[in-house]
Design a protein around this ligand. Sequence first.
Ligand SMILES: C[S@@+](CC[C@H](N)C(=O)[O-])C[C@H]1O[C@@H](n2cnc3c(N)ncnc32)[C@H](O)[C@@H]1O
Length: 239
Amino acid sequence: MGDEVDDGVRAYDLAAEDYAVHYPTTEPEQPADLDAVRSWAAGLAGPTGQAGITPRVLDAGCGTGRMARFVSDVAGGRVRIAGADPSAGMLAVARREHPWLPVHRAGLTALPLADETLDGVLAWYSTIHLTDAALPGALREVRRVLRPGGSVLLGFQSGAGTHEVGAAFRSLGHEVSLVRHHRTPEVMAAAAERAGLEVVAARARPAAGRERDPQAVVLGRRPEATPGGSDRGTPGAQS
Ligand SMILES: C[S@@+](CC[C@H](N)C(=O)[O-])C[C@H]1O[C@@H](n2cnc3c(N)ncnc32)[C@H](O)[C@@H]1O
């Protein structure tokens, strides 16, 4: 897989069962975040009636599969969703808790999917473990697997810098370190644009409830192909 922070994957491997106990469904999400996912998922399911084709969606960094469950429920089952995650521990929980969900052991920079096969990608708090060096490749990979017009929803802690956040895991008895990379929506949006995605919305909100950091969402889409040419993306561009 190569793109993930190894310590991070190890941390999630060890803490997967605790994660599932603390967050069986959408406990950490504030209403505004759930609204963002709900509206994105409902939009994906929308065209089904017209084309008679079930939209294909990937939860990239699906962890235990709780948000894939949420997306599937919001869409009334009218999406075909799969998950991908580099942590074998998280995937083992996902397979047990959501046996209906197909999952791949893979990170964001090497998705095991053909070009232009997906209508939507959810990257919900999974880019947070990508270094700045790995992020551009991950966003290009998202663009590669999306069909023209397909969309990506990214959720992440807003801010800047690298934060060691292993304390929560260590308090549960797991001797690990875990690094998280905070980015403003503007920084993420600029990276998405450099990867050939159009940014539809990018916003942050203040921390709420038990959160310590502001939170952000970025909604992007792969541009529609233009007649006689490809879309305006620059998948080979370096950032
Ligand atoms: C905070 S959890 C979020 C999991 C899930 N999206 C959710 O909301 O419950 C972060 C997840 O990112 C995964 N992850 C770490 N490195 C990754 C990478 N390079 N690509 C995709 N996912 C990654 C971890 O294994 C973990 O499952």
